[in-house]
Design a binder for this molecule. Structure first.
Ligand SMILES: *[C@@H]1O[C@H](CO)[C@@H](O)[C@H](O)[C@H]1NC(C)=O
Ligand SMILES: *[C@@H]1O[C@H](CO)[C@@H](O)[C@H](O)[C@H]1NC(C)=O
Length: 405
C-alpha cells in the first residue's frame, strides 16, 4: 500500500529543466483530454490530468509496439524511448516530505489483473521504482467481491473520502485488466473568505435556470487578468492555497458568452499564457462554494486521443504478463474536490480584508454562472485537476454526476 504526498514530490523538481518539460507535456495532454471529455458531458466535470498520466505511464511501462507507441505519442513523450521521463517520475516518488503536512493530497494508483495471469517480476520492480503504484490480482468473475476489495482499498488510500468506487456492474466475464486512479485534495486558502460574508445568491445554470447557492465573498489582492479572444471576453482569477504551492485558477466567461464556446479556447498555449499574464490586482470576488466528485472511465476519451491499441485483444502488453490475451478493460478515475470559505476544515490563516467602501473602480469577479477551473502545482505548473462548474452543489453530487455518464 502506498500513500503518496504528491505535492512534496512535485516540489522536488521545482525549476529543473526536466520538470518544465514535464509540465509543458502535462499541459498539452491536459488540454487534449479536456476537449475529449467535455464534449461528452453535460454538467460538472472534474478529472486529474496528472493522475491520468500516471495511470497511462504504468501501462506504457509494460506495453510494446503499437500499444506503447500510441501512449507515448498522446502523452507527448519523445519518439525514442530514452527513459528520461521515467527518471523524472522516479525522482518525484523518491522524495518523501519531511515538512509538516499543509495539504492533504491522497493519490491511489493501481493496476488490477485477473487471477491466473502472472505478473512479470521485472514489471513489478519497474512500477515500484517509477510509479509507486500497486499491482494486484483479483477475480473479476466474482464481480461483487472484487468491487468491494477495490473500493475498500481506494477508501483507505483516500482517508475515507472516496467510497464505493465500484459496484460490480463494471466488471464482466471479459474483464482482465483495470486501471484505478483515485485522488483527494484538501488545502487551506492563503487568504480565507469570511463565513459571515457568504450570502445566498442566484447562480444561472447553463440551461438558464436560476438556483440559489451560498456565494462566498471577499475583496482580495490576488492575480487576475481580463482577456478578450475570438470576440469573447472573460476573466481569469488565481486563488493560492496556503504557502503558495498550489493555486486554483478560475476562468469566468462574460455572462453572454456560452461556456461551450469558451471551452474551445482551451489549449496548452492559452493555459500557459493565462498563468504568465495574470497580474496582482484588487478584486471583489463572489464565488460559490462547490463540491465536485466524479468517476470517469477514460476509455472513450483516450480512444478519441488515438490510444486504442491497449483496449483491444492482441495488443502487446508482454512487459506486464506473458499471456497474449490480456488487454485493458477500463481506466477508472475518481476525484473528490471541494472548496469553501477556509479551503478546508482546519484553517489557521486569515485573509486580509479590505473594507468594501474603499474603492469603486476595482475589478468585479462574480462567478454566478458556469465557469472553468484548473488546480495547479505552482513550482512546476503541473495541472493536478481541471474541470468546469455548470451547477454548483454543496450537497453530495455523486449520484447525479454518475447518472450523467
Ligand atoms: C433569482 O432567481 C429567481 C428565479 O429565477 C428570480 O425570481 C429572482 O428574481 C432572482 N433574484 C435575483 C436577486 O435576481
Ligand atoms: C489521431 O490520429 C489521427 C490520424 O493519424 C490524427 O489526424 C489526429 O491528429 C490524432 N489525434 C490526436 C489527438 O493526436
Amino acid at each position: 500500500m502506498f500513500k503518496i504526498l504528491l505535492w512534496s514530490l512535485l516540489l522536488t523538481f521545482s525549476g529543473s529543466q526536466a520538470s518544465r518539460h514535464l509540465a509543458q507535456r502535462n499541459t498539452e495532454f491536459a488540454a487534449d483530454l479536456y476537449q475529449a471529455i467535455c464534449s461528452s458531458h453535460e454538467n460538472n466535470i472534474i478529472f486529474s490530468p496528472l493522475g491520468t498520466v500516471l495511470a497511462l505511464g504504468m501501462v506504457q511501462l509494460g506495453a510494446k509496439g503499437k500499444a506503447q507507441q500510441q501512449i507515448r505519442q498522446t502523452l507527448k513523450f519523445q519518439e525514442t524511448s530514452t527513459g528520461e521521463e521515467f527518471s523524472v517520475l522516479k525522482s518525484f516518488f523518491s522524495a518523501i516530505s519531511e515538512k509538516k503536512q499543509e495539504f492533504t493530497f491522497n493519490l491511489a494508483n493501481a493496476l488490477y489483473l485477473q487471477e491466473g495471469f502472472t505478473v512479470k517480476e521485472q514489471y513489478l520492480h519497474g512500477n515500484k521504482k517509477f510509479f509507486q503504484s500497486a499491482i494486484k490480482v483479483v477475480d473479476f468473475q466474482d464481480a461483487k467481491a472484487c468491487a468491494e476489495t477495490i473500493s475498500a482499498w481506494v477508501e483507505s488510500e483516500t482517508d475515507g473520502k472516496i467510497k464505493n468506487m465500484f459496484s460490480g456492474k463494471e466488471f464482466g466475464p471479459l474483464t482482465q485488466l483495470v486501471l484505478v486512479n483515485a485522488i483527494y485534495f484538501k488545502g487551506d486558502w492563503k487568504q480565507k473568505f469570511r463565513k459571515e460574508d457568504t450570502q445566498l445568491m442566484n447562480f444561472t445554470k447553463k440551461d438558464g435556470a436560476a438556483v440559489k447557492v451560498p456565494m462566498m465573498k471577499a475583496i482580495l489582492r490576488t492575480k487576475y487578468g481580463y482577456f478578450s479572444e475570438s470576440s469573447m471576453n472573460y476573466q481569469v482569477l488565481e486563488l493560492p492555497y496556503k504557502s503558495d504551492e498550489f493555486s486554483l485558477i478560475i476562468i469566468l466567461p462574460a455572462e453572454e458568452v456560452n461556456i461551450e464556446n469558451m471551452e474551445k479556447l482551451i489549449t496548452a498555449h492559452q493555459i500557459l499564457k493565462w498563468f504568465s499574464e495574470m497580474q496582482e490586482e484588487e478584486v471583489e470576488i463572489s464565488l460559490p462554494r462547490f463540491k465536485v466528485e466524479q468517476k470517469l472511465d477514460f476509455k472513450e476519451a483516450l480512444y478519441s486521443l488515438n490510444i486504442t491499441e491497449i483496449f483491444s485483444g492482441g495488443c502487446d502488453l508482454s512487459g506486464i504478463t506473458d499471456s497474449s490475451e490480456v488487454y485493458v478493460s477500463q481506466v477508472m478515475q475518481q476525484v473528490f474536490f471541494e472548496i469553501n470559505e477556509d479551503g478546508s476544515e482546519a484553517a489557521t490563516s486569515t485573509g486580509v480584508h479590505i473594507p468594501a467602501i474603499m474603492s469603486l473602480a476595482r475589478n468585479q469577479f462574480t462567478a454566478n454562472h458556469p465557469f472553468l477551473f484548473i488546480m495547479k502545482n505552482n513550482p512546476t505548473d503541473s495541472i493536478v485537476f481541471m474541470g468546469r462548474v455548470t451547477s454548483p452543489d454543496t450537497q453530495n453530487t455523486k449520484g447525479r454526476d454518475l447518472d450523467s455518464l
